[in-house]
Design a protein around this ligand. Structure first.
Ligand SMILES: [Zn+2]
Length: 162
């Protein structure tokens, strides 16, 4: 299995730490879990669980759908991904970026592409309305669904391609 060897040879700090994370939870470090982790960390844009499955299988063809769905919550807990529910019957996953600036998501209703836009005023808004109640913000979410203005006659969203 070539894919497994690739993962094992890759001594990146991230992979090592994920192994420690698995061990700390009393979970076995399997080539399948590492392949899923590897596939997820290669992603730069949004993806679905099924898309991740395809890429994980290319790294290690013994990755099953069941393993993928059991591993996804671990990746979320470990913090490399975020889950995004946009009201569809499937969820999107986004790589977690290290950004100090508050971001909000704008979802194109034509192509489902998710844009992350810096919106520091929203962080201020959350804090301000919470403070009025003497409370502190724990989480804050805002999703905006927009139509892509650049959509052509063929109903193909141009932003998707860029
Ligand atoms: Zn679009």
């Amino acid at each position: 299995m070539n894919g497994t060897a690739t993962v094992d040879c890759k001594r990146s700090g991230k992979t090592h730490t994920f192994k420690e994370f698995l061990a700390s939870k009393g979970l076995r470090i399997t080539p399948q879990r590492l392949a899923i982790f590897e596939a997820a960390t290669r992603k730069r844009e949004q993806f679905t669980a099924e898309e991740l499955l395809k890429e994980a299988v290319m790294i290690d063809d013994s990755v099953s759908r069941a393993t993928l769905y059991r591993t996804l919550p671990l990746l979320l807990e470990y913090g490399v991904l975020r889950e995004l529910d946009v009201g569809k019957d499937y969820k999107f996953y986004l790589p977690n970026q290290d950004s100090d600036i508050f971001q909000t998501q704008v979802i194109c209703s034509d192509c489902e592409k998710i844009f992350e836009v810096e919106a520091p005023f929203l962080e201020w808004y959350g804090k301000t309305v919470s403070e009025k109640l003497g409370m502190e913000v724990e989480t804050q979410r805002l999703q905006i669904t927009s139509s892509c203005l650049k959509r052509g006659n063929e109903k193909v969203c141009e932003r998707r391609c860029s």
